[in-house]
Ligand binder design. Structure first.
Ligand code: OAD
Length: 233
């Protein structure tokens, strides 16, 4: 089996990481134009740094949950059977890697990395960022930013993801509202190849009609159950 799994913030919700569009989600409390666009960063970089610094610090207080852990079991179980597995996440948290996922691409970047807009270098970064932070490579100040993808920017690893979908025989989407492209369009690419597409989410997503199978409920319950079924089958 060659499997591509896409995850969104719903997979981390029960770890205590906020989703975006739920009623008390991140975008109900913050204006995405201010904190998640290049224009917002140019207008008020300190405000943007405060937003991401707080989210980065919060990661130290949360742990992977049984849904993250089940995806690690799926990866190793498929490897043992000679299958292929790629986990693509829209999440900028590090819970998949802390759970033990190996074949993982962060298409919207990572909270625990920083990038210099002067020299382009990206490196692991756990300290707070500010407009006074100097790049460890080129020493420029004021041009360090969280290494996350903002609205209006192109997600990363798109070629690798397209290649994996073009070889997959199963596509699974977990804990995402299906409202942000290009991730929301992966199911359409998979459907063009006539492969089964499964949605695992709390409730039907915006593109639920594109999937051939769906399970609804909490990720910590439905993901481990679905992984067990998949590895048995
Ligand atoms: P959303 O907030 O749009 O959607 C979260 C989805 O998770 C919803 O469909 C919820 O029903 C579902 N959900 C919530 N709790 C769940 C649980 N315990 N178990 C299973 N599902 C649950 O978040 P994303 O789809 O991740 O991008 O958002 C996609 C992108 O939009 C993010 O990566 C971010 C955001 O703006 C950028 O910032 C560029």
């Amino acid at each position: 089996m060659r499997l591509v799994v896409l995850t969104g913030s719903g997979v981390s919700a029960e770890s205590g990481v906020s989703t975006f569009r739920d009623k008390d989600g991140v975008w109900a409390r913050h204006d995405w134009r201010e904190v998640a666009t290049p224009e917002g960063f140019a207008a008020d970089p300190e405000h943007v740094h405060e937003f991401y610094n707080a989210r980065g610090r919060r990661l130290a207080t949360v742990l992977p949950n049984p849904a993250h852990e089940a995806l690690v079991r799926l990866e190793s179980g498929l490897a043992a059977k000679g299958g292929a597995f790629l986990l693509v996440t829209q999440n900028v948290d590090d819970l998949h890697e802390r759970a033990g996922s190996k074949s993982l691409l962060h298409m919207h970047g990572e909270l625990l990395r920083a990038r210099c807009e002067a020299c382009g270098a990206s490196r692991p970064w756990t300290d707070d960022l500010s407009t006074a932070t100097a790049c460890l490579g080129c020493a420029s100040r004021g041009l360090m930013r969280p290494d996350v993808v903002w609205f209006g920017e192109t997600p990363v690893f798109m070629e690798e993801i397209a290649a994996a979908i073009s070889r997959a025989d199963l596509f699974v989407s977990i804990g995402t509202s299906g409202s942000v492209y290009p991730a929301a369009g992966f199911v359409n690419e998979a459907r063009l190849r006539h492969i089964p597409c499964v949605e695992l989410n709390l409730e039907p997503s915006e593109n639920a009609h594109c999937f051939t199978d769906a399970r609804y409920g909490k990720a910590t319950e439905i993901v481990p159950r679905w992984v067990d079924e998949t590895l048995r089958g």
